[in-house]
Design a protein around this ligand. Structure first.
Ligand code: HEC
Ligand code: HEC
Length: 241
C-alpha cells in the first residue's frame, strides 16, 4: 500500500463516488434501510453517514439528530481486527470472524462500487488514519484547542513555505470568506463549516475535500492532531456570515 493510499482512503470515507469519478448512487443503500436512519438516496452510501465523521457512529456526534442510525463506530473495533477482516467487510461484506459484529449476509459489500485498490486504501485509512476526535472537540462541538496557536497555521507562512501552514488564507482569505461553499441554501464559509460541522471540518482539514483543490494538512506537514485541533479552534473564531 503506497503513501498516497492513506489520503485516498480518507477521501473515499467522505464521498467515494466523487473520488472514483462515478455518478452518485440514485437509490438508497439496502443496508441503510435496516438501520434506524431516516435519510434516503446517495447520502446513505457514504461511510461517514453511518459511522460518523468522528468514526464513533452512534456513540459519537451521530448519537442524536438527523444523522442518527444506531450503527456502531469503527474506531473502537478496528484495533481488534486483522487487515483481512477489514478487507472482507468491505469486499464481500463478510462479518469479522473474530466476532461481535452485527452484520449478517453480504449487506456491507462494496464490491460492485469499489475496486481492490480502493478497498485497500480504505483499509489503510481505517488502520492508520482514524483519530479520537474527543482529544480536540468537546461533545457540544466546541474545539478545545488553542486558537491563538492555530492562527499562524491558518494565516501566515513563516518558517517553511512548503507547508500548508498559512496557505489556508491564500485560498480562503484571512476571514475565511473568499470561497463560498454554500450550495444554494445560503453562504457557507470556513467559520460557518467549522462551527456547524466541526467533526467534518477536522476530517477535511486533515485530508481535504473530494473533487476540490483543498489540500490535506496531514500530507502538507501539519501531522499532529493537537496542531490540527488548534487550527480548528482558530477557524471556529472566523465569521460565519
Ligand atoms: C448503511 C450504513 C453503513 C454504511 C454506509 C457503511 N457501513 Fe460500515 N457497517 C455498518 C454496520 C451496520 C456495521 C456493523 C456494525 C456492528 O457490528 O455493530 C458495519 C461494520 C463496519 C466495519 C466492521 C466493524 C467491526 O466490527 O470490526 C467496518 C470496518 C466498516 N463498517 C467500514 C465501513 C466503510 C469503510 C464504509 C464505506 C465504504 C462503510 N462501513 C459504510 C453500516 C454501514
Ligand atoms: C488550494 C486552495 C486551498 C487551500 C490552501 C485550503 N483550502 Fe480549504 N477548501 C478549498 C476548496 C476549493 C474547498 C471546497 C470548496 C467547495 O466545497 O466548494 C475547501 C473547503 C474547506 C472547508 C469546508 C469543509 C466543509 O465541510 O464544508 C474548510 C473548513 C476549509 N476548506 C478549511 C481550510 C483550512 C483550515 C485550510 C488550511 C489548513 C485550508 N482550507 C486550505 C481550497 C483550499
Amino acid at each position: 500500500m503506497s503513501g498516497s493510499d492513506l489520503r485516498r482512503g480518507a477521501l473515499l470515507w467522505d464521498e467515494w463516488w466523487t473520488v472514483i469519478g462515478a455518478g452518485a448512487p440514485s437509490d438508497t443503500f439496502a443496508l441503510y434501510t435496516k438501520t434506524r436512519g431516516t435519510q434516503a438516496g446517495s447520502a446513505t452510501w457514504r461511510c461517514q453517514e453511518c459511522h460518523g465523521w468522528d468514526y464513533r457512529g452512534s456513540m459519537g456526534a451521530y448519537a442524536t439528530g438527523p444523522h442518527f442510525t444506531g450503527v456502531a463506530g469503527v474506531i473502537e473495533r478496528v484495533p481488534g481486527r486483522t487487515n483481512q477482516e477489514l478487507y472482507d467487510v468491505l469486499k464481500t461484506g463478510t462479518p469479522p470472524a473474530s466476532g461481535g459484529s452485527a452484520l449478517t449476509g453480504s449487506d456491507h459489500s462494496f464490491d460492485e462500487q469499489l475496486d481492490n485498490d480502493e478497498i485497500l486504501a480504505l483499509v489503510r485509512f481505517l488502520r492508520e488514519g482514524l483519530v479520537d476526535t474527543r482529544a480536540v472537540i468537546a461533545a457540544d462541538g466546541q474545539a478545545t484547542g488553542n486558537a491563538n496557536a492555530g492562527q499562524p497555521l491558518y494565516a501566515s507562512s513563516t518558517s517553511n513555505p512548503d507547508l500548508v501552514v498559512g496557505q489556508c488564507a491564500l485560498c480562503h482569505g484571512g476571514d475565511g470568506k473568499a470561497i463560498d461553499m454554500g450550495d444554494g441554501g445560503g453562504s457557507v464559509f470556513v467559520g460557518t463549516a467549522a462551527r456547524g460541522e466541526p467533526w467534518r471540518t477536522l476530517h477535511r482539514i486533515r485530508w481535504g475535500v473530494p473533487g476540490t483543490s483543498m489540500p490535506s494538512a496531514v500530507e502538507r506537514g501539519i501531522t499532529e492532531l493537537a496542531d490540527q485541533g488548534d487550527l480548528l479552534a482558530y477557524t471556529q473564531t472566523l465569521p460565519a456570515q
